[in-house]
Design a protein around this ligand. Structure first.
Ligand code: G3P
Ligand code: CA
Length: 353
C-alpha cells in the first residue's frame, strides 16, 4: 500500500509533467510516429504512456555512443543532445567514494593498461560472480589513483578521438554538473543513478551503496520528494531495502524473462516504483507486446527499457523504426547511447490539446 501511494505521488508530483514540459525548442510538428501511435484521450502525449506523459530520454552512460562513457563530458553531450536524464552507473573506490563506472574493473573503459605504475596491481577476482577475470578493480584503487586515469571508448566502431582526455568523475561531481545546468527544454536535469553490484560491495565490507547514494543526493539538495531522480539496481533485495528508506522513485532493473518471472512471483511484489527491463522483455519474437508494459501500467508503475543503440540495430531495422514501436507500446522513458536520436524520434510525435 505504501508503494502504491508512492506510485501515485510519483505520477502526480514527481513531476514527469514539469520534467517533460514543452518549451518552444521542444515542440515539433507531428511526424510519421504520430499516425502510428495511440489515440490521445483528452489531450497529452499521443502514445499510451502512463498519464499520457512524454517519455523520458535517458542518456545511457551519458552520450556513450559518441563520447567515452561515464565522463562529465559524456553527460554534457547527452544534455546538449536532448536528454532529460543522465545515467551514472556507480561503483565504490578503495577509500569508499562513489565513482561513475559501468564495470567493477577498469581495463576496458580507461587507459590503466598503459600505466606502468599500476602494472603489478592487476589480479584475478575472488568473486565467483566475475569468474576468473584478470583485471584492475576499482575497489583496489583510491580516488586519487582513479583520478590519474583517463577514459577511453570501449565500443568498437565508436569515436576514439576523445580517448585519454577525460577523468572518471565522482558521483558528487555528476550531481554538481546536473545542478549547474538545464536540459535543452530548459527543465532541471534528471539524474538516474544505478548502484552496480551492491551485494559485492557489501561482501567487501563497504558502506551500504544505497545509503551512500542517498547521502550524496542529500548533500546536493536532491534527496527530497519531488527531486528529479530515479535510483536503479538489478538486485531485488537491495531495491526493496532502498525503497523503504527514500521517497525518491526506485527502479527495478530486469535482465531477462527468468528474472522477471522470479520477481513477479514474490509475494511482496511490487516493491519498486519503476520497472527497467531489457527491451527484449517487452516485444516478443512475433513483434507483439509481451504484456509486461500493460501489466506494469495496470499497477501504476512506469516502464523504462534499455538499451537503444543506433549502431546495434534490431533485425537490421533503422533505430527510428525500433524506437517508434516501443513508444507506441507505451513506454514511459528509454535508455539510449545516442540521445540525439532518441530526442528527435520522441519529439516527432506531439502533444494533443
Ligand atoms: O541501467 C539500465 C541499463 O544501463 C542496464 O544495463 O549494464 O548498461 O548498466 P547496463
Ligand atoms: Ca546502467
Amino acid at each position: 500500500m505504501i508503494h502504491m501511494m508512492k506510485h501515485a505521488r510519483i505520477l502526480a508530483a514527481f513531476a514527469l509533467a514539469p520534467v517533460l514540459a514543452l518549451s518552444a525548442c521542444d515542440t515539433m510538428a507531428p511526424g510519421p510516429a504520430d499516425a502510428a501511435g495511440g489515440a490521445s484521450a483528452g489531450g497529452g502525449w499521443v502514445y499510451p504512456s502512463l498519464g499520457r506523459e512524454r517519455p523520458l530520454v535517458i542518456g545511457h552512460r551519458g552520450a556513450s555512443g559518441d563520447v567515452p562513457e561515464h565522463t562529465l563530458e559524456s553527460y554534457q553531450r547527452a544534455l546538449n543532445d536532448g536528454a532529460d536524464c543522465i545515467e551514472p552507473d556507480l561503483v565504490m573506490t578503495k577509500d569508499n567514494v562513489l565513482v561513475a563506472r559501468h564495470d567493477l574493473y577498469l581495463s576496458t573503459t580507461t587507459n590503466i593498461a598503459s600505466k606502468p605504475e599500476f602494472a603489478n596491481r592487476k589480479r584475478k577476482t575472488d568473486d565467483p560472480d566475475y569468474g576468473t577475470r584478470n583485471d584492475w578493480w576499482v575497489e583496489d584503487f583510491t580516488l586519487a589513483e582513479i583520478k590519474s586515469l583517463r577514459a577511453v571508448q570501449p565500443f568498437p566502431g565508436r569515436p576514439k578521438v576523445y580517448d585519454g582526455l577525460y577523468q572518471v568523475p565522482t558521483f558528487d561531481e555528476v550531481l554538481m554538473l546536473a545542478k549547474s545546468r538545464v536540459t535543452v527544454a530548459s527543465n532541471p536535469v534528471c539524474v538516474y543513478p544505478e548502484a552496480k553490484a551492491p551485494a559485492h560491495h557489501a561482501k567487501l565490507g563497504k558502506p551500504d551503496m544505497g545509503d551512500e547514494i542517498l547521502a550524496a543526493l542529500g548533500r546536493h539538495g536532491m534527496a527530497g520528494k519531488g527531486s528529479r531522480v530515479f535510483i536503479q539496481a538489478f538486485e531485488p533485495d537491495f531495491i526493496k531495502a532502498l525503497n523503504a528508506k527514500t521517497e525518491l522513485p526506485v527502479v527495478m532493473l530486469i535482465g531477462d524473462k527468468a528474472a522477471y518471472d522470479a520477481i513477479m512471483a514474490r509475494p511482496d511484489a511490487p516493491f519498486w516504483d519503476g520497472l527497467g527491463p531489457n527491451t527484449g522483455l517487452l516485444i516478443g519474437p512475433d513483434g507483439k507486446s509481451t504484456g509486461v508494459v500493460e501489466a506494469s501500467h495496470a499497477k501504476g508503475i512506469p516502464v523504462h527499457p534499455w538499451t537503444f543503440r543506433d549502431d546495434q540495430p534490431v533485425n537490421g531495422e533503422p533505430i527510428e523504426t525500433t524506437l517508434r514501436k516501443y513508444l507506441a507500446l507505451g513506454i514511459d522513458g528509454f535508455f539510449t547511447d545516442f540521445p540525439i536520436t532518441g530526442y528527435r524520434v520522441r519529439n516527432e510525435a506531439q502533444f494533443k490539446p
